[in-house]
Design a binder for this molecule. Structure first.
Ligand code: NAD
Ligand code: WQD
Length: 338
């Protein structure tokens, strides 16, 4: 299939690109590199020994999108491009609505104009908000608690309306839990520009000596050791879920949401321990206050993806930490290490 990947230079996009190229699909990547490096694309091209089209453009730019659809004629789209920092989304919500919501509308308009009717969307477990019960299944009520989460929720609703607007459109909403880890080559991985917002990149930067210690946000949650519990999913497993989802949109019509997680949780202290074992480095930490907006625990029920996408996570927390360390130690300054 000819597949357009928006945001393909980013963390999850680059891992998915690699898997999709491995399936012999033809690919065009569109990215504005606002949170990524073109080096990631060069490395994927080398690792896969394959060629793909690269377009440096913004998904809000309708003219650029129309050109891409006219030239490349995608048969399906995987839509990663967007902004993802929860804290920043509260400070500059309009920027988030523009990139995430307006960007998706522009993309759908370009798809309609060219007759492309299949899309896989990067949604998030954050759409569920405070758990009413755990594990979350796809019928859990959605009540996101921050502007970033609301952009994901609103885009899901827009995509549902679009899916129902005729009998050709096909939409898959992938609700990712906590993606971590890196490709086994150690050549691509997560490369935050600034102080990492998320646990795993922070821990790996402490291990490699870029930061002195981790602050654990709260140790009085109702979890086995009092620290936050999450369903971490290896980014390569997540990338494989996109391979399955592309196959699914090609064969089905309408809209479906799927949780993409392992169904198992790990606390912050368990992650720290697993990372120490994987890296052989001590991770100094201290306990601080809870982070505003955090929940105690988040775990996926991945049964629907297993049944309908024939996909399930294969990698353990140990694999996640070992591959993160391989990437971080080999590229201490991310893609700027070249
Ligand atoms: P990322 O920032 O590494 O990747 C996003 C990519 O999109 C980057 O390459 C960035 O340059 C590009 N981009 C951003 N805005 C753009 C625009 N307007 N036009 C063109 N390109 C643009 O993030 P990621 O972790 O790879 O996340 C990918 C997607 O998955 C995002 O939509 C994110 O919200 C979603 N998601 C991520 C997580 C996570 O924890 N990483 C969890 C759930 C959902
Ligand atoms: C994990 C645990 C923290 C950093 C976020 C987004 C979510 C989704 C995935 C996009 C929590 C604790 C963290 C640190 C810590 N992204 N922690 N010290 O918050 O589950 O999810 O990323 O869709 O929308 O909210 O992930 O990695 O930030 O935190 O103690 O320096 O680690 O409190 O318990 P989170 P995270």
């Amino acid at each position: 299939m000819r597949i357009l990947i928006t945001g393909g230079a980013g963390y999850i996009g680059s891992h998915t690109l690699l898997e999709i190229l491995g399936e012999k699909h033809d690919v065009c990547v569109i990215d504005n590199y606002s949170n990524s490096s073109p080096v990631a694309l060069e490395r994927v091209a080398k690792l896969t020994n394959s060629n793909f089209v690269k377009v440096a453009a913004d998904v809000c730019d309708e003219r650029a999108l129309n050109n891409v659809f006219e030239d490349f004629k995608p048969e399906a789209v995987i839509h990663f491009a967007g902004l993802k920092a929860v804290g920043e989304s509260a400070a500059v919500p309009l920027k988030y609505y523009e990139h995430n919501v307006q960007g998706t509308i522009a993309l759908l308009k370009a798809m309609e104009a060219s007759g492309c009717d299949r899309i896989v969307f990067s949604s998030s477990a954050t759409v569920y908000g405070e758990p009413v019960y755990l594990p979350y299944d796809e019928d859990h009520p959605c009540a996101p608690t921050n502007p970033y989460g609301r952009t994901k929720y609103f885009v899901e609703e827009i995509l549902k309306d679009w899916a129902h607007s005729n009998d050709r459109n096909s939409v898959v909403l992938l609700r990712y839990f906590n993606p971590v880890g890196a490709h086994s080559s150690g050549r691509i991985g997560e490369d935050p520009d600034d102080i990492p917002n998320n646990l795993m990149p922070f821990v790996s930067q402490v291990a490699v000596g870029r930061r002195s210690k981790l602050q654990v946000f709260g140790n009085d949650y109702d979890t086995p050791d009092g620290t936050g519990l999450r369903d971490y999913i290896h980014v390569v497993d997540l990338a494989r879920a996109h391979v399955a989802a592309v196959d699914y949109v090609a064969k089905n019509r309408g809209v479906d949401a799927f949780n993409i997680g392992t169904g198992k949780g790990a606390t912050v202290l368990e992650v720290v321990k697993a990372f120490e074992a994987a890296s052989g480095r001590e991770i100094p930490y201290s306990f601080g206050p809870r982070r505003a907006g955090d929940i105690a625990a988040s775990i996926a029920d991945p049964a629907k993806a297993r049944k309908m996408l024939n996909w399930q996570a294969k990698h353990s927390l140990k694999d996640m930490c070992e591959s993160s360390w391989e990437w971080q130690s080999g590229n201490p300054n991310g893609y700027r290490s070249d």
